[in-house]
Design a protein around this ligand. Structure first.
Ligand code: UDX
Ligand code: ADP
Length: 449
């Protein structure tokens, strides 16, 4: 069997590496229009940082895992074609700011139809997409094909960045949606099941109809994000009343019906999925004439926006209502630890607000480089350092925006000694031992306490 994956990004790369690793007899080729990205996948410095990824790529690349820009050739050779391209929120026209832009998915479908003229192929949607996208893909393939037969499956990815390899190795479930009403559809589903069955037990592989699978992905992300917005809303109440949000989350999460995960109050959730998927859900609900449902989910995003704003405002207020020309050290720019991804990172929004207030932000992140930071913020008022002590030298405040483990073992006395006084610290992740910081002399603030 031969697999092709279109899109060598955060989802396509790690997922295909794992499939190749677990299926040595299957040849897997990952293709992308971005030649630079493909070159990096073929180099010793992979384009994305994921713990454990390098080892798996090293053990499979050149054997049964290949990265290439020869898209048509890979499509032609493949029995199964995964579509794993980006689906950003639309920035123009109908649905701007809410609907997913399916331009790249559609281009893939058209490309597949134009190069495949005979035989049978299974097309797997891996990108997160709105419900009923498979329908569009099917239609494009059908109306443009020259005799080839296509089966379209939905196989959403639930991996989280930073733990992608562990999530892929040991998934809670694999979800495969397909045309369950036809024998051809069921055969296609079983073909994909057989690939995952190499390392995932059958009871963890869920098969459904196409729409259920597509919708489940949006709903799973919406529920996860909702928990974060829920606890973040309570963090504000804790600050007002003297309760401790971590204690509340612990007590609430001990109820086995609620569970302890995704109840960590923070400066706000980020990442490429949560906001995009909820916006999609909101758009879909409106489209189907359900404004109450749309508003219900939209509130999760509003609460997140407010949490990010509130954090920046707290910094400004604490620093005597002005940060103009003050150096603020930003520790962490990635949207969470153990990734170099900055998409929708809360840090971007907090920094923008501080820059608006004419602060000088001095950023340190162990994995995010200057290029990406300047791309997000511009260069005016922004400096990037590869050393946290340098970043915080002569700063009025430090803001912790990503929960990198290494921040816990920094020498805070040294940081304090080289800062302006009073020295402030704003822990947007409740990562640090706040009492120790206060003992050093910091004026320390955290979330929900
Ligand atoms: C998410 C889903 O978890 C994953 O299943 C899906 O496939 C893609 O979207 P990801 O965005 O990579 O994964 O990271 P996740 O761990 O879910 O974190 C998202 C954001 O929420 C991060 O900014 C994180 O810091 C924040 N978060 C998470 C909190 O603020 N509190 C929490 O308790 C958990
Ligand atoms: P994700 O997080 O969903 O994996 P990324 O943006 O990291 O998203 O990756 C998507 C990849 O898909 C990018 O590397 C992009 O160049 C690639 N891509 C987009 N459109 C096409 C296309 N038509 N053909 C091939 N690759 C594409």
């Amino acid at each position: 069997m031969n697999i092709c994956c279109i899109g060598a990004g955060y989802v396509g790369g790690p997922t295909m590496a794992m499939i190749a690793h677990k299926n040595p007899s299957i040849e897997v080729t990952v293709v992308d229009i971005n030649a630079e990205r493909i070159a990096k996948w073929n180099s010793s410095e992979l384009p994305i940082f994921e713990p454990g990824l390098n080892e798996v790529v090293q053990s499979t690349r050149g054997k049964n895992l290949f990265f290439s820009t020869e898209i048509d050739e890979a499509i032609l050779r493949a029995d199964i074609i995964f579509v794993s391209v980006n689906t950003p929120t639309k920035t123009y026209g109908v649905g701007a700011g809410r609907a997913a832009d399916l331009k790249f998915v559609e281009l893939c479908a058209r490309r597949i139809a134009s190069v495949v003229h005979t035989g049978k192929k299974i097309i797997v949607e891996k990108s997160t997409i709105p419900v009923r996208t498979a329908e569009s893909i099917k239609k494009i393939l059908k109306t443009n094909s020259n005799g080839a037969e296509f089966q379209v499956l939905s196989n959403p990815e639930f991996l989280a960045e930073g733990t992608a390899m562990a999530d892929l190795e040991n998934p809670d479930r694999i979800l495969i949606g397909g045309d369950v009403a036809t024998p051809e559809g069921n055969t296609a589903i079983e073909t994909l099941v057989s690939i995952y069955e190499k390392w995932v037990t059958r009871d963890r592989i869920i098969t459904t109809n196409l729409w259920s699978s597509e919708l489940s992905k949006l709903v799973a992300n919406a529920f996860l994000a909702q928990r974060i917005s829920s606890i973040n809303s309570i963090s504000a109440l804790c600050e007002a009343t003297g309760a401790d949000v971590d204690e509340v989350a612990f007590a609430v999460g001990r109820d086995s019906r609620i569970g302890p995960k995704f109840l960590k109050a923070s400066v706000g959730f980020g990442g490429s999925c949560f906001q995009k998927d909820i916006l999609n859900l909101v758009y879909l609900s409106e489209h189907f004439g359900l404004p109450e449902v749309a508003e219900y989910w939209n509130q999760v995003i509003k609460m997140n926006d407010w949490q990010k704003k509130r954090f920046g405002q707290k910094i400004v207020r604490s620093l005597f209502n002005t940060v103009s020309d003050k150096k603020i050290a930003i520790f962490g720019f990635a949207f969470k630890k153990d990734t170099n991804d900055t998409r929708e990172s809360a840090a971007i929004y907090v920094c923008r607000d501080l820059l608006e207030e004419q602060a000088q932000v001095s950023i340190y992140d162990p994995q995010v480089g200057e290029e990406r930071i300047v791309e997000a913020l511009g260069s005016s008022g922004v400096s990037v350092s590869d050393d946290p002590y340098e970043a915080a030298k002569d700063a009025h405040a430090i803001a912790i925006l990503t929960e990198w483990d290494e921040f816990k073992s920094l020498d805070f006395q040294r940081l304090y000694d080289n800062m302006m006084k009073p020295a402030f610290i704003f822990d947007g992740r409740n990562l640090l031992a706040i009492n120790k910081l206060r003992k050093i002399g910091f004026e320390a603030h955290c979330i929900g306490k």
